[in-house]
Design a binder for this molecule. Sequence first.
Ligand code: NAP
Length: 266
Amino acid sequence: MTTICVAGGTGQVGREVVRLAVASGHKVSVLSRHVPPVGSKKHDDGATYFAGDVTTGDGLSAAVAGADVVIDCLEGQFGKAQKQFADGGGRLLTAARLAGVPRAVALSIINCDLSSSAYYASKAAKERKYAESSLQTVVVRATQFHGLVAMVFAAGAKVRLVPTFRGVSFQSISPVDVAAALLQAALDDLEPDKHRMLTISGPQALTMRQMAESWKSTTGARGKIIQLPFPGPMGDFLRAGLNLTAEQPYGKETFVYWLEKRGESL
Ligand SMILES: NC(=O)c1ccc[n+]([C@@H]2O[C@H](COP(=O)([O-])OP(=O)(O)OC[C@H]3O[C@@H](n4cnc5c(N)ncnc54)[C@H](OP(=O)(O)O)[C@@H]3O)[C@@H](O)[C@H]2O)c1
């Protein structure tokens, strides 16, 4: 049995890591600002929850105490949270080091260091914190989640349009598959190298149009599929295919399987 602290263990990916780790017989502590109520979908009865905030450092030492490994599934998407994202990771690593935790694994985004978008730059800055840490660290870079693409479609469908971006494909992955990769990285036999980085992708590379057609037929949503330009650094990143990888796919759950599993109908 390994003792695992999942930072951000109430989030989209984090809660899958918690569920998988508990089901595999590990001892799990969870760090997030809000402790989820018992019985809610964010709460797993087999885990212990700690309230803490990586931007202030409050509650971190209690959450990481006794852990063999920390898995960082934190997010900081907008504004101040985005600006503080990398430093928050640094604070978590410091708390882990002071508690004698030997290893930390962080979730990041494929090729985030190759984009000039502020959001991706914050991910790359956190990756550097992990690379520079004295702990043994693994950064797992994932492709975009299925839910991100579905969210774009669902937003447009409210006005009967299903937007796709010209020249853009995705190799999206499910949170369950990402969680499995993070747990594997946390438990793998120690390798001689102190810092490792790996990239994981979903099982299929699909054009956004193909995904929109699947999304419509699976969810029953109505709306005309339209093509839009995607300006700015994120558009450049996606059109250049920097969100895709030629590496063997890690994920098993396809976009359609993930949609069907959610049972979403619109
Ligand atoms: N979306 C994608 O397509 C994609 C693709 C590849 C990688 N990723 C990366 O995957 C990571 C996880 O994404 P996700 O969608 O699972 O995130 P999420 O659902 O937003 O979950 C974030 C988690 O972090 C916690 N948290 C946020 N701020 C915190 C703080 N200051 N202190 C302590 N806990 C805090 C949240 O709980 P509280 O709010 O209660 O604190 C929650 O548990 C992100 O770094 C993201 O960039 C995303």
